[in-house]
Ligand binder design. Structure first.
Ligand code: ZN
Length: 169
């Protein structure tokens, strides 16, 4: 996977048209990673009007990169690292800040964001494949935010996720 070029605090920007109902979950999915004790931190998101020129930004739209997934992490990769990219949340889903049901097209903001921010962090799924494919192998992997996002609601890091981020940073 592609990790951040440097550790430190990463700041995500979103346009002021980013839905207000999703902002708590966006913040929660970012700052959840700060509980790991690693050298990588995520600031609370900022909202600005106008064209999004920021290196690390969130967009509430559909990108054909994401296929049927509710979220997608598009890193601006250079070699084995990146310095930002776009976090897409699929506006074809109904978004909630609570229990999700992806097969019914109902997505929890924090579950999806904490997973996609895990990809920006440099963590892969416990198996190869898309964000909504596959089967987790171990109990820890099943509880990881990096396991498949269509099998339940997971808003908090588990031991597997903490081990991953503290190994990388
Ligand atoms: Zn994924």
């Amino acid at each position: 996977m592609v990790k951040w070029r440097t550790s430190g605090t990463k700041s995500l920007a979103a346009n002021t048209n980013f839905p207000r109902s999703l902002r708590d979950g966006l913040k929660g999915g970012l700052t959840q990673w700060n509980r790991s004790g690693s050298g990588l931190k995520y600031a609370a998101p900022t909202y600005t009007s106008g064209w999004q020129i920021y290196a690390f930004r969130a967009s509430y739209t559909y990108s054909n990169l994401m296929g049927p997934a509710p979220g997608y992490a598009a890193t601006q990769r250079s070699g084995s690292s990146h310095n930002g990219g776009t976090l897409y949340l699929n506006n074809r889903f109904t978004w909630v800040n609570g229990s999700q049901n992806i097969s019914a097209r109902k997505a929890d903001v924090q579950t999806v964001v904490v997973h996609e921010v895990g990809h920006f962090t440099g963590l892969a799924h416990p198996w190869p494949g898309h964000c909504t494919d596959g089967t987790a192998y171990t109990d820890a992997e099943k509880k990881s935010v990096m396991t498949t996002i269509n099998t339940g609601t997971r808003r908090s890091l588990n031991s597997d996720d903490v081990r991953g981020v503290t190994t990388l940073y």
